[in-house]
Design a protein around this ligand. Structure first.
Ligand SMILES: CC(C)(COP(=O)(O)OP(=O)(O)OC[C@H]1O[C@@H](n2cnc3c(N)ncnc32)[C@H](O)[C@@H]1OP(=O)(O)O)[C@@H](O)C(=O)NCCC(=O)NCCS
Length: 212
């Protein structure tokens, strides 16, 4: 289904009350440990906030950067509060304005607990995603590419950078909730579906996992 979700909508049954109360960490390992939405509607965790910064000024160059032609964009970690604001504005544009996701679901209060990766083109952030580390799991969410920058491989490049970050962190697998229309994006990146499709925030999703 091409994304175009309506406001409101259901919650994956596996998620229980996790969206409402992130402080209760006791009973949310239903499917794959801890579910994560590609927008990140949910995340519950025994996080280790001190271990992974929300962003860093250090650039993150892909390992294969020297072997490939310049793609016209740079993939790296978020560079500070100003870039965080730009990434959040892009998410609002994509998820809320384009896909109809309510703003209160898009912003779940976990952005300072996650590691954000961005794609920068001509000095502007054109794509973003978020990684939340929970034990040996990475909860991947909030993948958004500016409409004008799509189908150039940027999301795929962010997924490769996510793999590198996850491995560097010692993670064993990455979990996400894919909008089903974008399922092939994740399959090409090595993710496999888990369980049945479900509706979240009015958008059809499927849980996917990648073992590292
Ligand atoms: C989905 C999204 C992140 C893809 O970003 P992108 O940078 O255009 O993706 P890529 O160029 O890396 O695409 C790689 C492959 O993924 C698949 N794919 C990407 N966009 C797709 C789409 N709209 N429909 C179907 N398949 C798609 C294709 O197989 C594509 O390969 P191809 O271009 O050779 O056909 C982007 O369209 C977006 O931000 N959409 C709105 C927000 C959203 O849906 N986020 C993802 C939530 S799970």
């Amino acid at each position: 289904m091409r994304a175009g979700g309506q406001p409101g909508g259901g919650v994956h049954p596996a998620l229980g009350n996790a969206q409402k109360d992130n402080s209760d960490l006791s009973n949310r390992a239903p499917l794959l440990g801890v579910p994560a939405d590609c927008r990140g509607a949910v995340v519950a965790s025994d996080l280790h906030p001190g271990r992974v910064p929300s962003f860093q000024a250090v650039q993150h160059r892909p390992a294969d950067a020297d072997a490939e032609p310049d793609p016209g964009y740079e993939i790296r970690r978020l560079g500070g509060e100003r870039e965080l604001a730009a990434a959040l504005a892009l998410r609002y544009e994509v998820f809320c304005l384009e896909q109809g996701v309510p703003a209160h679901e898009e912003r779940d209060g976990r952005d300072h607990s996650g590691l954000h990766l961005v794609a920068v083109m001509d000095g502007a952030i054109v794509a973003t995603c978020r990684l939340v580390f929970v034990g040996q799991t990475v909860q991947f969410s909030r993948l958004a590419v500016k409409r004008s920058a799509r189908r150039r491989g940027i999301a795929s490049a962010l997924l490769r950078a996510t793999d590198r970050e996850a491995r560097a962190h010692g993670s064993r697998h990455i979990l996400l909730h894919a909008q089903t229309y974008a399922r092939s994006l994740y399959e090409q990146a090595g993710y496999e579906p888990r369980g049945r499709e479900f509706v979240e925030a009015g958008i059809e999703h499927i849980a996917m996992e990648k073992l590292l």
